[in-house]
Design a protein around this ligand. Structure first.
Ligand code: PEP
Length: 253
């Protein structure tokens, strides 16, 4: 049985005082009863505070990105060791905004995924097609290629710390959501792709999240699909009430 995950990607939102307020609201509201894993991913500058405030709580903390080198002349970047030193053990990699606006290619993401593995960090790895890909019927090929290029040189044991997030780019921040059937179809395909490469056992155990305009009103329908193991939430993770309602929807399944 795969435990559901609800992860919030805060993106470039919330100053330190705002982050403090939101985390405190989340701590007051969220009660996972150990049924759901809850992760928040604030901006780098807010991570130390997030780690401190969520100690001894049900809320885990992830970074939104990291560099693939350990240290050096990479102005503006943050390494795995820097994250680990402040108690952050999870990182979102390959978000479509990183791919689109910061030129993160499959090759770069492969290096990052390997670094996350080397440093024993949980890698929440995002894949997903553009609208044109879907219209052209290429969505399965695109997602398969993203997985193969960045992750398929990793050994089987790396997947103990890999969570896949399927995020169709056309559904991110647009208010448009994949239908539960579209999400299920792609999640089943991802699982099948993993099974062909690493075996059915591994594929059965990897958690695959859906991301793209998940809200309290649609979370239950999407999360109840057999291959959907929760969600990566953008906009709705910035409102404690909405995020808690999504956690509650996951809890009931
Ligand atoms: C995301 O950016 O990961 C995301 C899913 O955003 P939203 O929920 O706002 O569509």
């Amino acid at each position: 049985m795969r435990k559901k995950i609800v992860a919030g990607n805060w993106k470039m939102n919330k100053t330190l005082p705002e982050a403090e307020q939101l985390i405190k609201e989340l701590l007051n509201k969220i009660n996972t009863e150990q049924k759901v894993e809850v992760i928040i991913a604030p901006a780098f500058v807010n991570l130390p505070l997030a780690v401190e405030l969520t100690q001894n709580s049900d809320i885990e903390v992830a970074a939104q990105n990291m560099h693939f080198e350990d240290a050096g002349a990479y102005t503006g970047e943050v390494s795995a060791d820097m994250l680990k030193a402040i108690g952050v053990e999870q990182v979102i990699l390959g978000h479509s905004e990183r791919r689109a606006y910061f030129n993160e290619t499959d090759e770069v993401l492969k290096k990052k995924a390997h670094k996350a593995y080397e440093k024993s960090m949980t890698n929440i790895f995002c894949v997903g097609e553009q609208l044109d890909d879907r219209k052209a019927g290429k969505h399965f090929d695109v997602v398969k290629s993203q997985l193969q290029k960045a992750l398929f040189d990793l050994p089987l044991q790396a997947y103990k710390k890999i969570i896949i997030a399927y995020e169709p780019v056309w559904a991110i921040g647009t208010g448009e959501t994949a239908t539960p059937e579209q999400a299920q179809e792609m999640h089943a395909f991802i699982r099948e792709t993993l099974a062909k490469k690493y075996g059915q056992d591994l594929a059965n155990n990897v958690r695959i999240l859906y991301g793209g305009s998940v809200k309290p009103g649609n979370a239950a329908d999407i999360f109840s699909q057999p291959d959907v193991d929760g969600g990566l939430i953008g906009g709705a993770s910035l409102k404690a009430g909405d995020f808690d309602a999504i956690v509650e929807a996951a809890k009931k399944l």
